[in-house]
Design a binder for this molecule. Structure first.
Ligand SMILES: Nc1ncnc2c1ncn2[C@@H]1O[C@H](COP(=O)(O)OP(=O)(O)OP(=O)(O)O)[C@@H](O)[C@H]1O
Ligand SMILES: [Mg+2]
Length: 392
């Protein structure tokens, strides 16, 4: 939506500009999916097609006034085909597709975002369009339990309106998200089916490589081997698309006449390697974004790489130390045991000494006593002898 702040100030935001539906061009033949995802999508299409029978002919619409809509959630990593499949569903149903992104709905005017949400539902109903909310976690995130800031009130109001509109909407709504865990639980209950978009395996990747080129017009060199590319590079459909475009740009930029130019295997190889390297850089910047300490280091010479390496080698040191811990502990226990034995022996020796000393002392005392006794006896004998001699 192109917004004009001055016009908005006087007349309020222009809600008509939010809601232009497009004619879907891509079909299920443009997308290669793992069998389970394909089955889930086929099942979704059956539900959509048989909806009128169930709720019209079978009378369920008369028994249930709300919750008649068909809401689906496409969840999965970026570039796995969620957007193409939304387009393909609209194409199969012969309906226009109304794509909505949160940043297009968000308004700086209090209460206006929620009104924009209501407006897109009204417009989709009017145009009989399939309504597609891209990056839906931004709009259907969990409500705040305590509301003391304006933005929290605003976010809760948006989810409440979304839930109400979803309840009343008679058509097909598709949500797409990379972060389904962020959804508000009440919102999740109103979704009829969650469809998981997984990363493609080697077999699907090979088909995706093929689907990304024009089978007749794109000039390929004879050495091109999509099977080998699929086997070697674990990439998403979005990555493969970008690699094919890069490869084609490289091939066309080479010298010579355009008629002679061909996209060769090395172009595709370089293309996919660059795409995957760029993705790793993005992952790393995400990582530094989450770790403010590391983000600061990324500006220094050597940058994050050096720091990550230093951290990695410290981690190895720590791991070695942890691995050596049981040995160190048993060595320490042994030393403690030996020390305890030494103290015990020293104590025992001192006890023996003390006992000996005690025994020695006792023997001495006994000897002294015996001597005193002997002296006493001798003097008694002498005295007796003296007395006897007097008597005699
Ligand atoms: N399964 C697939 N089969 C064929 N092409 C695919 C597939 N997945 C992705 N692509 C290619 O990658 C492009 C991006 O895919 P798409 O926009 O559908 O991904 P997405 O899942 O919606 O990603 P995001 O979460 O980033 O919005 C498509 O235009 C298509 O060319
Ligand atoms: Mg998408």
């Amino acid at each position: 939506m192109s917004s004009n702040p001055l016009r908005d100030l006087f007349f309020g935001p222009d809600r008509r500009a939010l809601v232009t539906a497009q004619v879907p061009r891509r079909t299920f033949s443009d997308v290669v999916l793992p069998p389970s995802t394909r089955r889930a999508l086929d099942n979704a299409l059956v539900q959509i097609r048989k909806h009128d029978v169930l709720f019209g002919q079978w009378g369920l619409g008369e028994r249930h006034e709300s919750g008649l809509g068909l809401a689906f959630n496409f969840a999965g990593p970026p570039g796995t085909g969620k957007t193409i499949c939304a387009e393909a569903i609209a194409h199969t149903l012969g309906k226009p597709l109304l794509v909505v992104r949160y940043n297009e709905l968000e308004s700086q005017w209090a209460g206006a975002t929620a009104k924009n949400v209501a407006a897109v539902f009204a417009s989709a109903a009017e145009q009989d369009a399939v309504l597609f909310f891209d990056e839906a976690d931004a709009i259907a995130g969990r409500r705040f339990t305590s509301v003391d800031q304006g933005y929290q009130r605003e976010a809760n109001a948006v989810v409440n309106v979304l839930l109400r509109e979803l309840e009343d909407f008679p058509g097909v709504v598709i949500f797409a998200t990379n972060l389904a865990a962020n959804f508000d639980p009440a919102f999740e209950r109103r979704i009829r089916t969650h469809i998981l978009f997984e990363q493609p395996g080697p077999e699907e990747r090979e088909k995706i490589w093929r689907v990304q080129i024009h089978h007749r017009k794109t000039p390929l060199a004879p050495d091109v081997d999509f099977g080998a590319l699929a086997e070697r590079y674990p990439a998403s459909g979005g990555d493969i698309k970008n690699a094919v475009l890069k490869a084609a740009q490289m091939a066309i930029a080479e010298p010579g006449t355009d008629d002679e130019k061909r996209i060769a295997q090395h172009h595709f190889e370089t293309g996919i390697q660059e795409v995957l390297a760029a993705k790793r850089v993005m992952d790393q910047s995400l990582f530094t974004g989450l770790m403010p300490g590391l983000a600061a280091l990324s500006g220094t010479d050597g940058g994050v790489d050096d720091e990550v390496q230093a951290l990695a080698s410290r981690l190895v040191d720590v791991e070695d130390a942890v691995a050596a811990l049981p040995d160190a502990l048993s060595r320490r226990e042994e030393a403690q045991l030996r020390e305890a034995e030494r103290s015990r022996d020293a104590l025992a020796a001192r006890q023996t000494e003390a006992l000996d000393a005690l025994r020695g002392g006792a023997a001495e005392a006994a000897r002294t006593a015996r001597l005193a006794l002997w002296v006493a006896c001798a003097s008694a004998v002498v005295a007796a002898a003296g007395a006897l001699s007097v008597l005699l």
